[in-house]
Design a protein around this ligand. Structure first.
Ligand SMILES: C[S@@+](CC[C@H](N)C(=O)[O-])C[C@H]1O[C@@H](n2cnc3c(N)ncnc32)[C@H](O)[C@@H]1O
Length: 364
């Protein structure tokens, strides 16, 4: 059962994000046609068209997400004032992002007159003025919860393997956050505007723990394996390891839909356009192309996991077991060294299977 709430845990301050965000970039590009289509649907709404990308991150995926809308509006509505807002937390690498926006693959090519803005804060608070956003996007970010529950759950570091009261406590937090996120965006969207959320998801699977298969189950079970190993060897405090759970929830389509349909404010505010969870990679392994080269395969996985999990692990798992920054660094090196070794030895036993939940809502 939950005992306390710890500080916000997220991917703030991610390392090597652009090098290790292949899945996120693929996901943004998979949605390019949909973003262009939504941009077309809203282009007559106002003289000021704005796309805001919540939880934008620092990488090329942030550019790829907004580019189809910017290009469409620029081609078809050169008379309008166009703006893009990138919204994320203070620890995001804003300099890296600005370089990409202004670089050869950025969206400021030619004489495209587009205002670039940033909003720095949390998407669990207001990030934009009232009714100022025409098209809102949020890619692989809203599954990070506003707070991390501290649970007595020695068996796992991951929400989907929690059972009983632990699972209920985590879902209560996840559902409250989802509703809050949607309420805040409803205030920021122009009437008629759209919100597109693409988040790591989950699908029913008989026989799986809780009868649900969630994205990344291999990865999080690998993280649990290393955590348990290091706690057993006394490198991590047992108490910390037993209570640490990533502040994440990957929703099934039912979990995403129910709050929108049953909450009195949300059901009035939004019309559901699309809401589905789907497997996006038939191979069931993000790095399947490297499977014949275990060293490379393991490096890819360790790099990928480090990019999204490192800051959370440093603050919530390593720091309580360390006396100094140097100790935290050493634990990080040890942890990811072990993770890489695990992937080299066990390869696809811990493969990253991806289910994404896509939600498109129209602001009434
Ligand atoms: C995995 S990255 C995704 C970045 C980008 N959207 C993409 O698809 O590549 C998750 C991002 O969500 C941001 N994030 C997490 N919680 C957040 C919050 N409460 N408010 C704003 N951004 C948040 C993180 O800082 C991080 O940049």
């Amino acid at each position: 059962m939950s005992d306390t709430l710890t500080e916000k845990g997220s991917t703030e301050g991610m390392v090597d994000y652009n090098e290790n965000s292949q899945a996120q970039r693929q996901n943004a590009n998979r949605h390019a046609g949909l973003i262009r289509d939504l941009a077309a649907r809203v282009s007559g709404l106002s003289d000021q068209l704005n796309i805001t990308d919540y939880g934008c991150g620092p990488g090329q995926s942030a550019v790829d997400t907004v580019s189809p809308a910017v290009e469409h509006w620029f081609e078809t509505r050169p008379d309008k004032q166009l703006s893009v807002c990138h919204a994320d937390q203070p620890g995001n690498d804003w300099n890296a992002l600005m370089k990409l926006i202004h670089g050869p693959e950025g969206y400021l090519k030619g004489d495209a007159a587009v205002q670039v803005r940033t909003s720095v804060g949390s998407f669990y608070e207001r990030m934009m003025p009232d009714q100022s956003v025409t098209l809102a996007t949020c890619f692989t970010a809203s599954h990070w919860l506003s707070a991390t529950l501290r649970l007595n759950a020695p068996e796992t570091v991951w929400f989907a393997d929690l059972t009983g009261e632990n699972r209920s406590a985590m879902w209560a937090q996840a559902e409250a956050d989802w509703k809050r996120f949607l309420r805040l965006r409803a205030e920021e969207l122009q009437p008629g505007g759209y919100l597109l959320v693409s988040t790591l998801g989950a699908v029913p699977e008989p026989g799986e723990i809780n009868e649900v298969a969630a994205s990344g189950r291999g990865i999080y079970r690998a993280l649990q394996h290393v955590t348990e190993e290091m706690a057993t060897e006394g490198l991590l405090k047992r108490e910390t390891a037993d209570h640490f759970v990533f502040g994440l929830w990957f929703m099934t389509s039912d979990e995403a839909r129910r709050p929108i349909e049953t909450d009195p404010f949300l059901s009035k505010a939004y019309e559901i356009d699309t809401l589905e969870a789907a497997n996006v990679d038939e191979s069931g392994d993000l790095f399947s192309t490297f499977i014949d080269s275990p060293d490379e395969y393991a490096r890819k996985y360790a790099g990928y996991v480090r990019a999204f999990a490192c800051s959370t692990l440093r603050s919530q798992l390593f720091a309580p077991s360390a006396g100094s920054e140097a100790d935290i660094d050493a634990l990080e090196t040890e942890f990811f060294g072990r993770l890489e070794r695990l992937y080299r030895e066990k390869t696809s036993d811990f493969a990253f299977e991806q289910w994404f939940t896509t939600i498109v809502l129209k602001r009434r």
